[in-house]
Ligand binder design. Structure first.
Ligand code: PEP
Length: 250
């Protein structure tokens, strides 16, 4: 019922020429995908990637955006700027933004609402740190993060215009992955949290898993009923690896 979405988060990697080469290699490998395929590239690469993905099924994504339309916010980008470059998706609240750049649940919410109102699809990242899982807070925390991020959206918007990425912080870039069952269970908890406020929208909203997902573990994760795709960091930087993950779309 829910169309999976597999998105690559390139983080701070690739120049425009390298980015164009990567998507040019990727395009034929994912041409038959039955899921949505997105590459979230640094903003300097938007033009090169937008040109290279013309006529393909690959969509362009950004890695962050500001919630204001314009103004004195040095270094920031608005939703309108992203849209003008052909961006359709934007990663928001990534744990690296939260950890290194002071991103909070409140600002993730402002960004999420601004993205949806502007017609972009936010990929909203939530997830617990290792010590939070060990202390037994995972379920409460991920539901809290999710509901704060979505505050101000209608059930219709939550159902159709938002993607959630469940990314346990301890699994990002570490080579550690949540087990298939852990990821499925926590995503199920997030879905029930969404149901408590937005009712049946919970059945439609897509919730990805992210955290060291790669061609070896993607099959098991993607087979889980609650998991609607992946947000892929390291393994999205090589066309062949990313295309293999995409190959496990349901
Ligand atoms: C990410 O950056 O969202 C991510 C999941 O990274 P990695 O796949 O490298 O763990």
């Amino acid at each position: 019922m829910r169309k999976p979405i597999i998105a690559g988060n390139w983080k701070m990697n690739k120049t425009p020429a390298e980015a164009a080469q990567l998507v040019t290699e990727l395009a034929p490998l994912v041409a038959d995908a039955s899921c949505d395929v997105v590459v979230c590239t640094p903003a300097v690469n938007f033009a090169a990637v937008a040109e290279a993905i013309k006529g393909t099924n690959i969509k362009l994504g950004a890695q962050n955006m500001h919630w204001k339309e314009s103004g004195a916010y040095t270094g920031e980008l608005s939703a309108a700027m992203l849209k003008a470059c052909g961006v359709e998706y934007v990663v928001l609240g990534h744990s690296e933004r939260r950890q290194y750049f002071g991103e909070t649940d409140a600002t993730v919410n402002l960004r999420t609402v601004a993205a949806v109102k502007a017609g972009l699809t936010p990929i909203v990242c939530v997830g617990e740190k290792k010590e939070e899982r060990e202390a037994g807070y995972t379920n409460a925390l991920v539901v809290y993060q999710t509901l704060i991020a979505l505050t101000g959206l209608t059930a219709e918007e939550v159902a159709k215009k938002v993607v959630i990425a469940y990314e346990p912080v301890w699994a990002i870039g570490t080579g550690l992955t949540a087990t298939d069952e852990q990821a499925n269970e926590t995503i199920g908890v997030i879905r029930e949290g969404i149901r408590s406020v937005y009712g049946d929208a919970a059945d439609e909203v897509r919730i990805q898993y992210g955290g060291s997902m790669n061609p070896k573990n993607a099959k098991g994760l993607m087979a889980q009923p609650e998991i609607d795709g992946g947000l892929i960091g390291g393994a999205s930087l090589k066309a062949e690896d990313f295309s293999k993950v995409v190959g496990f779309d349901k």
